[in-house]
Design a binder for this molecule. Sequence first.
Ligand SMILES: CC(C)(COP(=O)(O)OP(=O)(O)OC[C@H]1O[C@@H](n2cnc3c(N)ncnc32)[C@H](O)[C@@H]1OP(=O)(O)O)[C@@H](O)C(=O)NCCC(=O)NCCS
Length: 182
Amino acid sequence: MTALVLPDPRWFPSWAATVADFGEEFMHGSGAWVLDHPVLPTEAACEELVAALAVSALGDPEDDKVPSTYYWITDGSGSGEEVIGFLNLRHELNDWLLEEGGHIGYSVRPARRRQGHATRALALGVRRAGELGIDRVLVTCDSDNLASARTIEAGGGVFEDVRNGKRRYWIVVPAAALRPTT
Ligand SMILES: CC(C)(COP(=O)(O)OP(=O)(O)OC[C@H]1O[C@@H](n2cnc3c(N)ncnc32)[C@H](O)[C@@H]1OP(=O)(O)O)[C@@H](O)C(=O)NCCC(=O)NCCS
């Protein structure tokens, strides 16, 4: 079953396999960009990234960085629970996120694609957004990213427009997932 977990070095073996599987491909939602060097599938890099993500998640108003939560997507349908991808939930939208980036970014390792994981992870991410009091979630993708567009549409995304080459969709958070406001 697809799940979202918080980054933790205890996931190192499957995290490393996932990083190796991506190779040179950009790992959307992973936060790998918070380091100033490529992330290698080593135990030291895993620990370094987990520590850096904890800081990055706090945001930085001086640098127009909003708070966010980094998740690792896991699956337990094989021989054991393993990391298979990444999802980043931004808690608010700055100007760039509203135009292009959206609330949620994600990726699934190449070997585990087309098994429904992104669809299920996005649904879980939308529920987590609801727990933060976000009632509709912006999700975007490059205009030519058919896989991501279909993922968003499978998650109930309602297409709004294209801005700077990004297709923009809004997903309404189910009422049952919304944090009570009173
Ligand atoms: C986009 C991505 C996350 C999809 O992950 P996934 O686990 O394979 O997606 P799912 O299995 O949940 O499939 C979701 C939908 O996309 C479709 N799909 C998946 N890969 C596809 C492809 N290569 N071409 C066409 N459709 C595709 C599936 O058929 C499904 O559509 P359906 O619900 O109409 O059947 C994955 O391809 C990926 O990591 N890509 C690179 C990173 C990326 O682009 N992230 C998004 C940034 S906006």
